[in-house]
Design a protein around this ligand. Structure first.
Ligand SMILES: Cc1cc2nc3c(=O)[nH]c(=O)nc-3n(C[C@H](O)[C@H](O)[C@H](O)COP(=O)(O)O)c2cc1C
Length: 161
């Protein structure tokens, strides 16, 4: 899929078919995260690919719907890097777009995961000094949501605000 088409088509998907995701596709998705822009080229990230049903069930506390995902990618950042939040966000968006390009649905789960960060870090064996920024459930979409977006005219400014 062409890049701009993936950007236009991407939507947060919160219902998935149970079909497992081939390892090659999961590697392609994480590879897209790995290649994101990153301040001073620090690349302060690690990605944990979870397919174990019992582990994914534990993510229910961040949203019952997450349990329907055949895979969840946990995004881990080294917060000693000055740009860790921006870097993590860039990596996550790259992965969401890669999911769309490959025909998968995904969702950036941060707001509902952060309050459980310590619990999820323990579950996944994340070192104490690192941050678990977000979970990215991935699967074949089982819904086709539409989302109201501001129009280009509402947000674009030429030369001055
Ligand atoms: C920083 C951030 C945190 C988010 N956290 C959650 C979350 O915890 N749970 C969730 O279901 N969606 C979460 N989302 C997804 C947003 O709700 C979603 O992107 C927004 O409603 C726009 O819909 P769209 O992604 O389909 O365009 C998050 C998105 C971002 C960028």
């Amino acid at each position: 899929m062409e890049t701009l088409e993936a950007i236009r088509k991407r939507r947060s998907i919160r219902k998935y078919k149970p079909d497992p995701i081939p390892r090659q596709d999961l590697e392609t998705i994480v590879d897209a995260g790995r290649l994101a822009a990153t301040g001073s080229n620090r690349q302060p990230w690690d990605f944990i690919v979870v397919q174990d049903r019992a582990t994914i069930a534990q993510f229910k506390s961040a949203g019952a719907w997450i349990e329907s995902a055949p895979a969840v990618i946990a995004v881990v950042l080294d917060s000693s890097s000055r740009w860790w939040v921006e870097d993590g966000a860039a990596a996550i968006e790259n992965m969401l777009l890669a999911c769309t390009a490959l025909g998968y649905g995904s969702c950036w789960v941060e707001g509902d995961a952060l309050p459980r960060e310590e619990e999820f870090k323990r579950l996944l064996g994340v070192p104490a000094g690192k941050r678990l920024m977000a979970l990215v459930p991935v699967g074949i979409p089982d819904e086709s949501p539409t989302r109201e977006k501001k129009s280009l005219e509402q947000v674009i400014h030429w030369e001055r605000y």
